[in-house]
Design a protein around this ligand. Structure first.
Ligand SMILES: NC(=O)c1ccc[n+]([C@@H]2O[C@H](COP(=O)([O-])OP(=O)(O)OC[C@H]3O[C@@H](n4cnc5c(N)ncnc54)[C@H](O)[C@@H]3O)[C@@H](O)[C@H]2O)c1
Ligand SMILES: [Zn+2]
Length: 372
């Protein structure tokens, strides 16, 4: 694979086509990139952790290029995807007297990206939006594809809009300040793209994951390949009426486990749930004679090597029983006429959408894999 210092991935969506730039030092170069949009003013939305590590660099770069910037800083964490925080952002953007042609910049992880993107989508019926993702999960997943939003007390991500960014600047060096556990969790989504439809990429990850964790060109390469994978799916199916569902590999089981652990990040963070979910999706496919058990073993071995959980037994504390876990799965919106939709696989890199999975099969699988 080629390893340029900064890689560009284009997300092709007609007149809303945009570039994702990936490489080291892009926060320090942001002013130069953003000043290309003449006369633009911006509001930076960030959280306290990211502000402490990276805000000054961004502000210096913008001011060196004459771009005026207001700053809105919020507490870190999933609770910030709320109506109250949305109000704070919307009010801050309006108070800064920004107009429709100006931009909201999200500097942070997926929480800040989803929240700031939603605000950009609704203030003045839609302002320009720039993503500057600082977590691995945000660089390979949430900053690409235009889904934005907040949580409802009744469920995650229930309120939002599709609002594509104009530009994504993914500074791979920013990940050096990300806690190791968050980096590892984000890596589950990187592996996911290999498992969906890129078997060569998965093999490359098996050989190169140490370099990706260490930083440098292999990290940039892995993030760029992940963005290309997501961009292709989004270009085919922007509003998730078909193929985009493949991106949910591992997520049906994963979301159930997140709900079953009350979204308690001390026990399980999203990427860890996805890792266990992907291992279960491969095991379940093998059990249904769709794939070889050797592939499931290979997936589990890789997740374990990088330090990700791969079994329900890896989650600290007791889990609800198999019936209750199935309840979380059937709540997860994908039940149609008694059958469940799952992303299953014929092997590594050969995932597909299965619309006719009988809940009874899922239940007996969960019983056999339940640690309790
Ligand atoms: N829009 C989408 O398509 C999409 C896709 C996947 C996930 N998501 C959403 O993304 C969110 C999860 O994103 P996340 O995992 O990035 O969580 P996050 O934004 O909460 O970031 C994780 C933690 O890392 C900290 N952090 C981020 N970057 C840092 C850095 N460079 N240095 C130090 N600390 C840093 C944050 O302050 C936070 O404490 C969820 O709300 C999820 O619903 C959205
Ligand atoms: Zn995910």
């Amino acid at each position: 694979m080629t390893m340029a210092a900064v890689q560009t991935v284009e997300v092709v969506l007609g007149d809303r086509t945009y570039d994702i730039l990936i490489g080291e030092g892009l926060i320090a170069r942001a002013g130069e990139e953003i000043a290309r949009l003449p006369g633009i003013r911006v509001a930076i939305v960030t959280d306290e952790n990211v502000a402490a590590a990276h805000l000054a660099t961004l502000q210096a770069s913008l001011s060196a290029h004459g771009v005026a910037a207001a700053v809105i800083t919020l507490p870190p964490g999933e609770k910030t995807k709320s109506f109250a925080a949305l109000e704070t952002v919307v009010d801050g953007v309006i108070a800064a007297k920004l107009e429709r042609g100006d931009a909201v910049i999200a500097l942070g992880g997926g929480v800040i990206g989803d929240l700031a993107g939603f605000a950009a989508g609704i203030v003045r019926r839609g302002m320009k939006f720039i993503q500057m993702p600082t977590s691995l999960l945000a660089q390979v997943d949430s900053s690409v594809g235009g889904k934005t939003g907040i949580n409802s007390p009744r469920g995650k991500n229930l309120i939002g809009v599709f609002h594509q960014p104009r530009l994504v600047l993914a500074d791979t060096g920013a990940l050096d300040t990300l806690p190791r556990r968050e980096f590892t969790a984000g890596y589950a989504e990187v592996a996911k793209y290999g498992l969906i439809d890129r078997p060569d990429f998965f093999a490359w990850l098996e050989a190169n994951w140490r370099d990706i964790f260490a930083g440098g060109p292999a990290r940039t390469q892995a993030i760029a390949e992940s963005c290309r994978a997501k961009a292709e799916v989004v270009a085919r199916d922007e509003f998730e009426t078909g193929d985009r569902a493949l991106l949910n590999l591992g997520h049906t089981f994963g979301h159930a486990l997140e709900a079953a652990t009350d979204y308690d990040s001390a026990r399980l963070v999203h990427g860890e749930g996805v890792a266990i979910g992907m291992a279960l999706a491969h095991r379940f496919s093998a059990r249904l004679n769709l794939a070889s058990p050797d592939d499931a073993a290979r997936v589990e071995a890789h997740l374990k090597a990088v330090g990700l959980p791969h079994r329900m037994a890896d989650i600290p504390g007791a889990l609800p029983d198999a019936e209750r876990l199935l309840g979380y799965i059937t709540q997860d919106k994908k039940v149609s006429r008694g059958a469940l939709t799952f992303i299953l696989t014929h092997g590594i890199g050969r995932s597909f959408i299965a619309k006719d999975v009988p809940p009874s099969e899922v239940l007996s699988f969960l019983k056999d894999n339940h640690p309790g």
